[in-house]
Design a protein. Sequence first.
Length: 324
Amino acid sequence: MTKSNLAIESRQLARSFKTKAGPVDAVKGVDFDVSDGEIVGLLGPNGAGKTTTLRMLTTLLTPSRGTALVAGADLITHSREVRRRIGYVAQIGAVPAPGTRLGEELITQARLQGMNKAAATDRLKALLPTLDLSGFEGRTLAEMSGGQRRRFDVALGLMHDPKLVFLDEPTTGLDPQSRANLWEHIRSLRDNHGVTIVLTTHYLDEADALADRLLVMDDGQIVADDTPEALKARVSGDVITVSVDGDLALAAKVAGEALAPRTNVVDGNKLVLTVERGDTAVPPLLRALDSAGLRLKSVQVHRPTLDDVFLTLTGRSLREDADG
């Protein structure tokens, strides 16, 4: 691999773990690129391999095999240089010592990255306004709201001015207003400062709103790589979601015979069908369910969403794993 305008070049990157039951292939050899200036979402149900992939790319796990260039440095042979060039914001935020002031902690972080005190102070003054944290230098975390604390976590990952930043579930636990506010800051990092961002999230609206491109993982492999709109376009037609009082497996069989849907998946306590036109498919579906003695509890028709994409690609919903 040669130096290019790519922030990440991954080739057959893989990781296996030893367990009592034998080796487990968490990531089975993934190939993908991330261009400079992109916001890329790494998505998948729990156990799909996305967290392991993120931990490899940030040097927290050593790959079992494969290669990667991260921010222009070899992940295997120059891992220290990779760490110097990237920013990482973990899902679990920083926990400074009680009473530590925000400014002190950020200066310390910059010094740990090799900056002298004068440069770190200048960086602090430049960074805080971009995250709406001006004037917070003297505050402790106990004096800050959840949204302010999460922006502080982002600031920790940006103090050494990296051009590639990894955000692991950046808005988990935030209220809707704080989430929307952080989205604007994430966009600004790319639009105004040229930062490349790779993020994991369980919020499908977040992935839809922020990501230029999505990498969908399942069972240790990348099963889709495209823009959010292109992925939704794969699930053409309309989606019918049905809840019945009775056997869902029977409902799926009845629906398949009545409609011959493009997809027919039992998702938890619901039946999810993809058809060409929902308005014309619902009446014969209801008649067929009624004839089979299956009492309808609810029916919804909507255009495809990213969750429908996951259901089509993996056979399960991303939402069912959101709290796992």
